[in-house]
Design a binder for this molecule. Structure first.
Ligand SMILES: Cc1cc2nc3c(=O)[nH]c(=O)nc-3n(C[C@H](O)[C@H](O)[C@H](O)COP(=O)(O)OP(=O)(O)OC[C@H]3O[C@@H](n4cnc5c(N)ncnc54)[C@H](O)[C@@H]3O)c2cc1C
Length: 381
């Protein structure tokens, strides 16, 4: 267990570092959480996250789920379609595993602001956490654990000499908040289009987060369009019957990478969240994968306390999940972001098989929402 002389230093108070601080403090550890950004800068990001059942389980364990419920927008159906082959699968609550079905949603969409407000307020009240925002990370002692949650450009990772396998997609991603007409209540969409996947995620009261992947040049061009032109162009790619009404923020384009650190620990340091890995946003896996890092670190620390062995075990434990999700998202993007005539019949037959076979839908939904490594394990709740 924790001793008064050992501290966990978490670098980075993004959604991963902040949740890790709460999780480790809840197990009795003394935590120092630092970030060069101020509270306002940490709150001020226009993003919304798709939340899966693996994240629900962690937030429930940390007594945060019920507090967040008012800000979580559930979706009960997921419409997955392939515009080039015409294949379509509709996932519903009955495709969830029994334990997940009790939560009465396939997933949830959560805006960045209420999430970060909750996490930072919780941290400010905690006696076990020293929250240092807008300042450099303090020097740790030799027996402290260092958790680098300092994002994709992690300086800790570079200092520890850890290199990454990286692949830059030709596709980028454009995110934006839009008021839409014609969407059925409780519905989320993932459409495979030849230029890249398009996700439409409900944020409540007719507002949606659009995650629009396309070649990088197209994303940049669309981000610079005037509002009416942007909405006109969006209207041409939305599912039939859905129309855009209003643009509610400035669309932002960002490049897409797959990357995985060649190791997730060095001595008493571990890489957490996007400091260790990134994947394509298709399927909304990113933040959930980061938070499964938090679950693993919390469980290992609870059992064995802080040691170099903990850091090593953490790295070994996370490898399979990160690799499988990274490969699965990459495969989806490669398979569906084209109009190769020889591929279209396979895509159509695959999606038709899934539309007809409940077992296939359950397995794929379970892998997406709990992680592929949990497929053969009973669920905790
Ligand atoms: C432009 C953009 C838009 C996105 N939009 C979406 C979206 O709409 N939906 C979605 O699901 N995902 C989105 N993502 C991805 C999502 O933001 C990440 O999955 C998530 O932020 C990862 O959380 P993290 O805490 O690991 O990293 P980050 O959120 O990057 O946090 C890292 C933190 O570390 C801090 N830091 C950096 N260096 C140091 C240091 N030396 N010491 C201490 N702290 C340091 C940074 O200031 C930052 O606060 C987007 C990403 C980007 C870049």
């Amino acid at each position: 267990m924790a001793t008064s002389s050992t501290t966990i230093h978490i670098r980075g108070a993004g959604p991963t570092g902040s949740l890790a601080a709460i999780a480790l403090a809840s197990k009795g550890f003394s935590v120092v959480l630092s970030d060069p950004l101020s509270r306002e800068e940490l709150l001020n990001r226009s993003r919304a996250y798709a939340i899966t059942h693996s994240s629900r389980r962690l937030l429930t364990k940390l007594n945060l789920w019920n507090v967040l419920l008012k800000d979580l927008i559930p979706f009960h159906s997921l419409d997955l379609s392939d515009s080039a082959s015409g294949g379509r699968v509709l996932f519903g609550l009955s495709d969830l595993n029994g334990a997940n079905r009790r939560a009465e949603a396939i997933g949830w969409i959560l805006d960045h602001l209420p999430l970060m407000e909750l996490l930072l307020n919780h941290l400010q009240r905690s006696d076990s956490v020293d929250l240092l925002l807008g300042s450099a990370a303090p020097q740790p002692k030799s027996n402290d654990l260092i958790v680098a949650a300092d994002g994709p450009r992690s300086t800790s990772r570079s200092q520890w000499g850890i290199r990454c396998w990286t692949f830059r997609y030709r596709q980028g991603c454009l995110t934006s908040k839009v008021a839409l007409r014609g969407v059925q209540p409780g519905m989320a969409y993932e459409m495979f289009r030849s230029e890249g996947p398009l996700a439409i995620l409900p944020l409540g009261e007719g507002v949606f987060q659009v995650v629009w992947s396309a070649p990088w040049g197209q994303c940049q061009r669309r981000a610079d369009l005037a509002t009416t032109q942007f909405l006109d162009e969006l209207a041409t790619v939305l599912p039939a019957g859905i129309e855009p009404d209003l643009l509610l923020d400035s669309p932002r384009a960002f490049p897409q990478h797959w990357s995985l650190a060649r190791r997730l620990s060095r001595g008493r340091g571990v890489l957490l969240g996007e400091a260790g890995h990134r994947c394509h946003p298709v399927g909304g896996q990113g933040l959930n994968l980061c938070w499964r890092d938090v679950t693993t670190l919390m469980n290992l620390a609870k059992r064995g306390g802080i040691s170099e062995r903990l850091a090593r075990c953490y790295g070994q434990n996370r490898w399979t999940d990160l690799l499988m999700v990274g490969l699965a998202t990459d495969l989806l993007v490669r398979l569906f972001s084209n109009q190769q005539p020889w591929l279209l019949p396979f895509r159509r037959v695959g999606l038709e098989a899934m539309a007809r076979n409940a077992w296939l839908r359950r397995i794929s939904l379970r892998a997406m929402t709990d992680g592929p490594t949990q497929l053969l394990k009973p669920l905790a709740d």
